[in-house]
Design a protein around this ligand. Structure first.
Ligand code: PA5
Length: 369
């Protein structure tokens, strides 16, 4: 924490430094958000279940995946919270929820196609007779689905899973809409795509920190633990996304929670390490125009109660007309901010070596096998 925010801003305004810290081209991938969105929108239009729904229709939807492949499921649940015709559950487990059966649409999502929890839940879903759809760039998941005669939505290869969010999210949205489970998303997808070009321009490395919200956010977070608070069924999935992006891109400790639930537990804990948290925690409230009057009042009171225990409280507001655009306005901002924080933390934002090592260790035969 030795450097000051303006020194950090200078670092982020130095193109050579940003390039040195990003040898694998994460900022190039971030700039490609609009192109990815367009490609994913085309996949969404084509995403269909050849046999359609069972005679009585689907009674539930399960999106099963881990990490960067699961967050699209959370976004679906949040985005469709008050319009989805049936319950949607995001499953991050080796097994399926007990209700899964022939009237369940089970979407197994794994970018690599080789994540063991997702493959195990897929086998469980097939065993239970669920209608399965795979979303993957390849790997065993695609093969398993094909072997079982199930639909696979193939998405482009070569991206880190978390930077393939457009591909992991939009085809599943298109699938649900095609089955009549969700409203037609075409207009919202179009608006979001248009806005994406503006966001990517506004947060790019060539825009100086004084005009660049993503750089300023990163500069205010270096040496801190961001604690991100969203709102249930509005920005809850975005809070989770930001947390994950700080973990994976910035290699930075972070936490997240959701209003109003956190007011019934976490709020009670802030005083316990106040001396420490006052030095190293920055609280970030994600705000959206649909949060509602009671939630705004609740957030004000929550902020007043927590402020004495943190180094700073920030508010970040979504922008855009439709809900999808507003969600992604925050997502793109968080993506850029987490990569600028990686630059300040002097780490490469793209690789996730600890995750890779863990997967390798799990794949090796255990000493007892
Ligand atoms: O972002 C990442 O790299 C991880 O969170 C992965 O998404 C996670 O480990 C699951 O892998 P996959 O997305 O290939 O199923």
């Amino acid at each position: 924490m030795a450097e000051k925010p303006h020194q950090d801003a200078d670092t982020l305004d130095d193109p050579g430094e940003v390039a040195r810290r990003d040898p694998n081209g994460m900022f190039t991938l971030l700039r490609r958000w609009p192109e990815q969105w367009k490609e994913a929108a085309a996949l969404a239009r084509e995403a269909r279940l050849p046999g359609g729904a069972p005679p009585g229709g689907f009674r539930h939807v399960v999106i099963s995946g881990m990490g960067g492949s699961a967050i699209g499921g959370d976004l679906l649940r949040s985005h469709l919270a008050d319009s989805l015709a049936v319950p949607l559950v995001v499953n991050r487990s080796y097994a399926c929820p007990g209700f899964v059966g022939p009237d369940t649409l089970f979407v197994a999502v794994s970018y690599s196609g080789n994540t063991e929890e997702t493959l195990a839940s897929l086998a469980d879903a097939l065993h239970r007779g669920a209608e399965v759809v795979g979303v993957t760039s390849g790997g065993a998941l695609g093969e398993e689905c094909r072997r079982a005669g199930k639909t696979v939505l193939i998405i482009p290869r070569g991206l880190p899973p978390r930077q393939a969010l457009g591909h992991l999210f939009l085809p599943a949205l298109g699938l649900l809409a095609g089955l009549g489970l969700a409203p037609d998303p075409s207009a919202a997808i179009e608006e979001t795509g248009k806005r994406m070009r503006e966001w990517v321009r506004a947060y790019g490395p060539e825009v100086p920190a004084r005009e660049n919200e993503a750089k300023r956010l990163a500069a205010s977070l270096r040496g801190r633990v961001p604690v991100v608070y969203g709102v249930q069924d509005r920005t809850d999935a975005v809070a989770l996304r930001w947390r994950g992006q700080f973990h994976e891109n910035s290699k930075n400790w972070a936490s997240s929670n959701v209003l109003p639930e956190l007011d019934h537990n976490e709020i009670n804990a802030w005083a316990s390490l106040s001396e420490l948290t006052r030095r190293c925690v920055t609280l970030i409230f994600l705000e959206d125009e649909e949060d509602g009057g009671r939630m705004v009042r609740r957030r004000e009171i929550t902020r007043e109660l927590i402020a004495p225990h943190v180094s700073a409280c920030l508010s970040v507001r979504s922008s855009g007309r439709c809900r999808l655009a507003r969600l992604f306005s925050l997502i793109v901002l968080g993506d850029f901010a987490s990569c600028y924080l990686a630059v300040l933390n002097r780490v490469d934002p793209l690789p996730v070596p600890v995750i890779e090592d863990l997967k390798k260790a799990l794949a090796a035969p255990s000493p007892t096998e």
